[in-house]
Design a protein around this ligand. Structure first.
Ligand code: NI
Length: 151
């Protein structure tokens, strides 16, 4: 396990589209373990592989409901709306308001390639939408209003 460097806005990698994960072996498991350590150290709610410089479609989320790994995720349906403040470990010292669905149904694979589907609401749904956007090179600052700079 290791802490990986989180790349920051301005790095062109963050704007690239991530590729499908085809390796469900040791290398992917190591990456997910490192991402988890990195997320805990940074005290964040979610982290996508691209944020540690790996253009693969996977992200992790750590919320009240628990710790989740999503590999090759696909949001299959959304409903409702919520407004709330977001930040991003790749956009330091900023927060902004983003409208997101209140509920999402997502299907994905686990680290072994096993498919699963789950329904998330509230902040959990927000975190999933934010991380899923990273896989397509989208940052919350592209969607946010009232961006606040803190020091
Ligand atoms: Ni982010």
């Amino acid at each position: 396990m290791a802490i990986r460097n989180i790349i920051q806005v301005g790095d062109p990698t963050l704007r690239k589209k991530s590729f499908e994960v085809t390796d469900f072996g040791e290398k992917t498991h190591q990456l997910l373990d490192d991402m988890k350590d990195t997320l805990i150290k940074a005290n964040g709610a979610g982290l996508a592989a691209v944020q540690v410089g790996v253009l693969r479609r996977m992200f992790i989320v750590m919320v009240e409901e628990g710790y989740f790994e999503f590999v090759n995720p696909e949001i299959v349906s959304t409903s409702g709306k919520q407004n709330g403040q977001e930040g991003c470990l790749s956009v330091q010292n900023k927060f902004g308001d983003v409208e997101r669905p209140d509920k999402v149904v997502i299907k994905a694979q686990d680290r072994f390639g096993k498919p699963f589907k789950l329904t998330a609401t509230g902040f959990f749904a927000r975190a999933i939408c934010h991380e899923n956007d990273h896989l397509d090179g989208i940052l919350y600052i592209d969607k946010a209003t009232n961006i606040e700079v803190v020091n």
